[in-house]
Design a protein around this ligand. Structure first.
Ligand code: SF4
Ligand code: ZN
Length: 420
C-alpha cells in the first residue's frame, strides 16, 4: 500500500508560494555555495535491502554549529529503491530538488549537480530549521511524486567538508560523468524518436521544445534521456514521444511528424519548426534559455550570450535586451534561445554551417565550453583550438573591433556565405 504524504515534518511552511523567495546576505544564517566549496546533490538507486525507509542521517556539524553568515560545504544523497526504478530516472528526480527546496519558507536553492547554492535564512533557523529538515522535504516529495517507482527512500546529508570533498570526487562526479557519457554516445540519427517538452507553457503558452540527443532543451536541464525518463514516469506528462519517420528536409532538420507534434502541442500557434536552423523555421524560445545566439551581420557569424553575462555584446544589446526579443514562444529568425551544451553539438545551426559561425562569446562561457567546442571543431573542420579565434568582451564589445580581431585570426565565418 502506498500512502501519499501530505504533511512534511518541518518547523517552517512549505508551499509553492515560497519558490521565488530571495534571501539577502544580511538575512542569511548560513550558505552552501558550490561555486566556492565542494557541494553536490545526488540521487542513487540502491537495492531495497540497503535502504531503511525514511531514515535521515546528518553526517557532520548541524546549522547551529556554524557562525552567522558563514559559508560551508553540503552534500545530500537521496537513495531510492523500487522494482520499477531505473537509473535513468535519477537525474529527473534531481532536477526536482530545485523546486522542492525552494518551496521551503526561508530556504533558497539554485543550480544543480555540484554547482548548487543553498541559503538558509535567519528566521528559518530561529524557527528551528536544521539539516535534517532538508532530508524530510526530499524524502516526502520523492515518495509522493514518484510513488510509481520508489518503494523505499533514505537521505544522507553531509556537512563535514572533508567528507563532502571525498564524496564529490569519488561518487558524485563519476556518476555525473557516466550519465553524460551515456548521452554522448547517442546521435539524432541513432534514435527512433524525439521528445516534446511543454513544461514551460505555464509561462509561455505556445512554446514547445523538441528535445533530441544532440539538442537538449533550451533551459539546459532536459536532455533526451531526461525527456525519455519523464515520459516513462509520467506518460501523460510534459514530455511526449515524437516520431521522426517522415523527413521533409534533412539539411534544416525538418520532419512532418515533428511539425504535426508542434502544431498539436502549441494548440495551432506554431506551424512548422526546424531542428538545425536559426534562420529557417527556428525553434521557439520560452524565457528560461541558458544562452541566446543572434546573427552578427558584419562577420557573417553569430554571437552567443549566456544569462550570467552582465555586459554588452557586439550586437549593441545586453542579455536581457536580447532575451526580450527572443522569448515568448514565437519564432524569431536570426535569434534563438538554447542550452549551453548545445554550443558544442554537431547539430548547432548545422543548416547555416554549424559552429564555424560562432564569432563571439563571453569569456566565462567560452572557457566553460572550450574543451567540447574545440573537439567538435577539430572533428568537423580540422581546426585546432577554435576558441582562440572566437572573440569575447575582453577583445571586443563592438562589431568593428570584433571584425578586426576575426580578420587577424582568419576566422572561417568571414569566408562563408552571408546568412541573410
Ligand atoms: Fe522543457 Fe524546454 Fe521548458 Fe526546458 S525550456 S523545461 S525543455 S519546455
Ligand atoms: Zn522555459
Amino acid at each position: 500500500i502506498k500512502i501519499k504524504i501530505t504533511n512534511i515534518d518541518i518547523p517552517v511552511a512549505f508551499a509553492s508560494a515560497f519558490e521565488g523567495e530571495i534571501i539577502r546576505r544580511k538575512n542569511m544564517q548560513v550558505e552552501f555555495d558550490g561555486s566556492r566549496v565542494d557541494c553536490f546533490e545526488l540521487v542513487q538507486t540502491k537495492d531495497a535491502s540497503e535502504i531503511e525507509d525514511h531514515k535521515i542521517e546528518v553526517i557532520g556539524p548541524d546549522f547551529d554549529e556554524f557562525e552567522f553568515g558563514s559559508k560551508h560545504s553540503i552534500a545530500y544523497i537521496v537513495e531510492v529503491a523500487g522494482k520499477s526504478m531505473q537509473s535513468d530516472f535519477e537525474s529527473v528526480f534531481e532536477r526536482k530538488f530545485h523546486s522542492y527546496i525552494n518551496c521551503i519558507e526561508g530556504v533558497m536553492h539554485t543550480g544543480q549537480r555540484d554547482m548548487i547554492r543553498v541559503r538558509i535564512s535567519d528566521t528559518a533557523f530561529q524557527a528551528g530549521f536544521r539539516a535534517k529538515h532538508i532530508g524530510e522535504v526530499l524524502y516526502a516529495k520523492i515518495k509522493n511524486d514518484f510513488d510509481a517507482v520508489v518503494d523505499k527512500c533514505q537521505v544522507k546529508i553531509y556537512t563535514d567538508a572533508d567528507k563532502v570533498t571525498e564524496l564529490r570526487h569519488n561518487l558524485a562526479i563519476p556518476a555525473f560523468d557516466k550519465r553524460d557519457d551515456r548521452l554522448k554516445s547517442l546521435t539524432d540519427e541513432s534514435v527512433d524518436v524525439y521528445y516534446s517538452c511543454i513544461l514551460c507553457q505555464a509561462f509561455s503558452p505556445s512554446h514547445v521544445c523538441v528535445v533530441t540527443p544532440e539538442r537538449l532543451g533550451l533551459c539546459g536541464a532536459v536532455s533526451w534521456l531526461d525527456a525519455k525518463a519523464t515520459n516513462e514516469l509520467e506518460p501523460n506528462g510534459p514530455c511526449q514521444v515524437i516520431t521522426k519517420e517522415r523527413p521533409i528536409d534533412e539539411r534544416i532538420g525538418e520532419y512532418e511528424d515533428v511539425n504535426e507534434a508542434v502544431r498539436k502541442f502549441s494548440q495551432g500557434a506554431l506551424e512548422d519548426v526546424s531542428l538545425y536552423s536559426i534562420m529557417e523555421k527556428p525553434m521557439t524560445s520560452c524565457g528560461c534559455f541558458e544562452c541566446i545566439c543572434g546573427i552578427e551581420p558584419f562577420s557573417n557569424g553569430v554571437i552567443i550570450a549566456n544569462r550570467e553575462y552582465a555586459g554588452m555584446t557586439p550586437l549593441g544589446m545586453t542579455f536581457p535586451e536580447l532575451a526580450s526579443m527572443t522569448g515568448g514562444g514565437v519564432q524569431t529568425p536570426g535569434f534563438m534561445g538554447h542550452g549551453k551544451h548545445f554550443i558544442a553539438s554537431k547539430k548547432f545551426m548545422k543548416a547555416e554551417g554549424g559552429i564555424e559561425r560562432i564569432v563571439w562569446m563571453p569569456k566565462d562561457l567560452k572557457e566553460q565550453v572550450a574543451d567540447r567546442l574545440n573537439a567538435t571543431a577539430k572533428e568537423l573542420y580540422g581546426i585546432d583550438n577554435f576558441t582562440d579565434m572566437v572573440g569575447d568582451e575582453t577583445i571586443a564589445e563592438d562589431p568593428e573591433t570584433l571584425l578586426e580581431f576575426l580578420t587577424e585570426k582568419n576566422h572561417p565565418a568571414l569566408a562563408m556565405e552571408p546568412m541573410m
